[in-house]
Design a protein around this ligand. Sequence first.
Ligand SMILES: Cc1cc2nc3c(=O)[nH]c(=O)nc-3n(C[C@H](O)[C@H](O)[C@H](O)COP(=O)(O)OP(=O)(O)OC[C@H]3O[C@@H](n4cnc5c(N)ncnc54)[C@H](O)[C@@H]3O)c2cc1C
Length: 384
Amino acid sequence: MDADVIVIGAGPAGCAAAIRLVQAGYRVIALERKDHEDSEDITSGEVLVPATQFECDALGLRFDGDWVLDRITGIRNVYPDLSWTYHPIPHSTCPVHVDRGGFNSALRKRLVEVGGQLVWNARVTDVEFRNDSAIARTADRSEVTARLIIDAGGRYAPSLRTLNLKSEDPEFSQIGVAVFFKSFEGTPLHTWDRHLYGVRGAMLSGSRIRPGLFRYILEADLAEKKTDHRGAIEFYESVAKQHDRWLHDRIMSEPRTGQQWSMAPLGYRVSAVARDRLILVGDAAGSLSPITGQGNEFAMRTGRLAAQAADRALRDGDLRADAFSIYVEGRKREVERQVDYVRAQLRILHDRDALMRASRDDNYRAQVFGPYGIPATERGSLIS
Ligand SMILES: Cc1cc2nc3c(=O)[nH]c(=O)nc-3n(C[C@H](O)[C@H](O)[C@H](O)COP(=O)(O)OP(=O)(O)OC[C@H]3O[C@@H](n4cnc5c(N)ncnc54)[C@H](O)[C@@H]3O)c2cc1C
């Protein structure tokens, strides 16, 4: 065996599992598709909620350095009539923007620091499971063998393809379109600016990520985009035009920068998150919707749960799927909580009347917005 455990992908989920297994005394090889650290990377997952920051603490990852960007200290909810409420977030629970390239790099440095072996330029193309071993094959035709594989390769993880585990999730089928700007007049700093329309599941939300870089993302029902027949950016602009004069004026006039992108469907299901000699973690184990901003939290939690299950199974010498039941059960508990939350959020994104009620009624708003239902301290309107 080359190692006790192969971890595919050195992102948040992979590092969270690998660091713990190395610390528990196992030989771990992390195989990473990329051939070097990313430079600044603002693609998805740059808002880290407090629970993600706690998961980082538990790994000994210090939350400093130039990859830590603007802190979000408040939320502005903009309602269908363009009235708004502002909600300060208690200091101890503020989300923070990060540069994903720098965040991943800090996690990988921590992995190497604790003694983990990280192999760059190792894109896993195939996995195989035998009675006595698990094998990962890479694009350069190398083979790595171990007792167990933890696949943390994200939404395109190799075992999803090889074992045909991924399918569509009709309930959580959204599109995300992101556009970046150098400036955005009127966006309050350190504020998550959420524009809620109550139709087509559409929400346009954004903030300043760092000086000179703003992003507004559209999340909407994928079915709506499919009937719209326009390109992703035209669809983005048309939603703003139809519902939000304030945002549309700025989207069309503020200087754009960087690479705009779109992604769909955002959610998908995975039929099995543990098999003989295999555990899937993070996005490789399924994805709901990014509207909660908890993807990295979830990735790191599942990495932690997988490391615990793997430790026990390796010690017992039993690496059959059944031996990973503590992982499957632990993950299920987390997912069920998230499913309820995402369902409730998506419901309100389709309900204009409910949003209008939320604009006026503090108690109702607190109920429907879950953890972000903080009381309003200011109110106003974007219609001058
Ligand atoms: C539109 C959008 C917005 C989001 N916003 C947020 C947010 O605000 N906050 C938040 O916390 N989350 C957010 N997320 C979710 C978040 O980005 C993911 O949940 C998180 O990155 C998952 O981490 P991971 O480690 O499972 O996978 P990834 O971060 O995808 O890491 C996978 C790693 O595996 C490597 N890899 C892939 N394939 C292979 C292979 N074949 N061989 C070897 N290596 C491989 C990759 O290079 C990468 O390093 C968002 C997602 C989307 C789509």
